[in-house]
Write a protein that binds this ligand. Structure first.
Ligand code: SF4
Length: 608
């Protein structure tokens, strides 16, 4: 059977009012829209070389918020939201490029459409080396040697004296500068607002030209410096920004302030700008010999030609397959194009591979990850925090479930937590982690009801020799899979860690990040399935001393694991409600901020 864990959730990001912001020194009108009128994700652009021309739409982003420009152009980040999708839809006609040649100034014209003496040409790409700009023009109106760029914008024309907000005016003016360098006379441009079907003429006066060139210069210097600009402070721009879930503006500001403050960070008043959960969810397939195919915009699962199930691709975040499951070429192609990873498990539940599209474009993060991993001190700093988080969470789980709040194991784990914070070497840290795990598991096994049915003498793995260890191993495998997918999406190389040493075929960084979540997610699932009777003795098979789950047993554990990941809790630092799956992503992004030097130390995720 197919375990297709799909639920529908609301992720409404309603536009909110904007106010002037600190993105630049020129006052910004009070309802600046986010720069989402561009129709093509910047993934199509490259991480820039030092002398690369700046795309004018990136200049729009930089004008709106310097951090946004940096994230998109330098780090190659991209995310869709409602407004970017509306922008793409609004551009669907102007983005069809003309196939005919466009005349240079003062040459006979021959373009697709003529309106009197005015030539209209769409989707034109032009470069200007002197201005250091690259422009893709939605529409170009050419009248002799005079050219007018027309830029399409989602939404309605704002009712302000300037006719449009600064990011749009700067972007248009940059297009004008590109046209001038290419020999055209260009004194004004037009913003066409799709929502109100209105053309707004923007004159390219000296002030706008100077401001545009100033921003080009600032953007160039920011990119060359290689330091991401800080997030805007409590800005109304952020809720409308498509990269808010990547940028984490309020979270980053809070943690940076906390690093220099005497008092711990407060959780009061932090806005939750990212969805508490995802719309799309994983699909699990463990029937042997089935074929996953594509039919229209759905994934189908068939056995001997008979369809067992189907799911809308838009509802699928990842596909996990166990053992002998096949894919059609169109299905696999569609999954990679959409960035939906396929996770491969052995029939026994061992996670051993992932199929994904072209890797994330955040090359800067990977370079810093490799440098940090090669630096023993830098790696140890992060590893300490990961292991401290693990021990703290293990202690919290025991404290909540052991009847005795004075149990010696709690004191002992406190002590290991303290010593982990000062571990002088990776070897010492490894030893402390091992001792803490031994104490923890001895107590953890006593929390499982019905344990008389199982051999619970301790943790054993390869192979698991009792049902509890079989479930623990399987759930850890699911957790590492989840983190491998998450880390890859964030831009890390999941194979290179800071605590787990590299080993062939081992996603060391996913194992690193799993440490703090083992008690919270994995061990919690194990307690649930045993104590609620969701798996019983007939969910296991024993062969030559090794114990594995049956298909039905695995299905029960997967269901409990997915329930746990979808469980919402109040974030202990940020104070908003968020599900565990999103927490995994937030932690991976905070780890990235730490590796990139924006955060002083990695903030472990610890519940209270
Ligand atoms: S979320 Fe806010 S600070 Fe971050 S990039 Fe977007 S506008 Fe800038």
């Amino acid at each position: 059977m197919i375990d297709n864990v799909h639920h529908q959730h609301s992720t409404s990001h309603e536009p909110q009012h904007d106010t002037p912001d600190a993105a630049n020194s020129t006052p910004t009108p009070s309802t600046t829209p986010p720069p989402t009128s561009t129709a093509e994700p910047p993934g199509a652009d490259r991480p820039p070389e030092a002398d690369a021309l700046i795309p004018v739409r990136m200049l729009n982003e930089f004008t709106y918020c310097p951090r946004l420009g940096y994230l998109e152009w330098v780090q190659g980040e991209w995310a869709d939201n409602l407004e970017t999708r509306q922008g793409t839809f609004g551009h669907r006609h102007v983005d069809k490029p003309d196939r005919k040649s466009i005349s240079a100034p003062k040459e006979p014209a021959d373009a697709e459409k003529q309106d009197g003496d005015v030539i209209h040409a769409r989707s034109i790409m032009l470069a200007a080396d002197q201005e250091e700009l690259l422009a893709k023009l939605d529409l170009l109106e050419i009248d002799g040697d005079r050219a007018t760029p027309v830029d399409y914008k989602r939404g309605k024309a704002p009712d302000i004296p300037e006719g449009a907000y600064e990011p749009e005016r700067v972007q248009l003016c940059a297009q004008g500068l590109v046209l001038r360098e290419n020999g055209y006379a260009c004194d004004e441009g037009v913003l066409y607002f799709i929502g109100s079907r209105r053309r707004v003429v923007i004159p390219f006066d000296d002030e706008l030209i100077a401001r545009t060139r100033q921003l080009v210069q600032q953007f160039r210097e920011t990119a060359r410096a290689g330091a991401i600009p800080p997030p805007l402070d409590d800005s109304p721009k952020c809720p409308r920004c498509s990269l808010v879930g990547i940028c984490l503006p309020d979270e980053t500001n809070l943690l940076r302030e906390a690093a220099t403050a005497d008092t711990p960070p407060t959780k009061d008043g932090l806005r939750r700008l990212l969805p508490s959960r995802n719309d799309a969810l994983p699909m699990y397939v463990q029937d042997q010999g089935v074929m996953i195919g594509k039919s229209g915009d759905r994934l189908t699962v068939k056995q001997k030609g008979e369809q067992l199930s189907s799911s809308r691709l838009i509802d699928v975040s990842q596909v996990s397959v166990f053992g002998n499951v096949m894919f059609s070429a169109p299905a696999l192609r569609e999954l990679t194009i959409r960035g939906i990873p396929v996770c491969h498990f052995t029939y026994g539940g061992w996670f051993h591979g992932i199929t994904s599209g072209l890797t994330h474009k955040n090359v800067e993060l990977r370079i810093r990850q490799y440098a940090t991993a090669a630096d023993p001190a830098g790696s140890l700093d992060i590893a300490r925090r990961l292991i401290m988080g693990k021990i703290r969470n293990a202690r919290t789980l025991l404290r909540r479930h052991l009847g005795d709040r004075e149990a010696p194991v709690l004191r002992q784990l406190n002590e290991y937590h303290r010593r982990a914070g000062h571990a002088p070497t990776a070897e010492t840290l490894l030893g402390l982690e091992g001792m803490a795990a031994k104490e923890y598991f001895a107590a953890f096994f006593t929390l499982l009801s019905g344990r008389h049915e199982f051999d619970v003498n301790g943790r054993n793995r390869r192979p698991p020799r009792d049902p509890v260890n079989a479930v623990l191993s399987f759930v850890y495998s699911l957790l590492v899979k989840e983190l491998t997918v998450t880390l890859q999406a964030v831009g890390f190389d999941p194979m290179l860690g800071f605590f787990h040493t590299p080993r062939y075929g081992r996603p060391s960084l996913a194992l690193d990040l799993s440490e703090e979540f083992r008690p919270l997610v994995a061990d919690s699932v194990v307690m649930t399935v045993f104590n609620n009777g969701e798996v019983t003795g007939d969910a296991f098979i024993e062969r030559a001393g090794a114990v594995t789950l049956t298909d039905a047993g695995r299905r029960s554990v997967i269901a409990a694991f997915e329930r746990r990941l979808e469980t919402e809790i109040t974030h202990p630092i940020f104070g908003y409600r968020i599900c565990y799956r999103r927490i995994l992503e937030v932690q991976a992004r905070l780890l990235a901020r730490c590796v990139l030097g924006e955060l002083h130390e990695y903030p472990s995720f610890c519940t209270r």
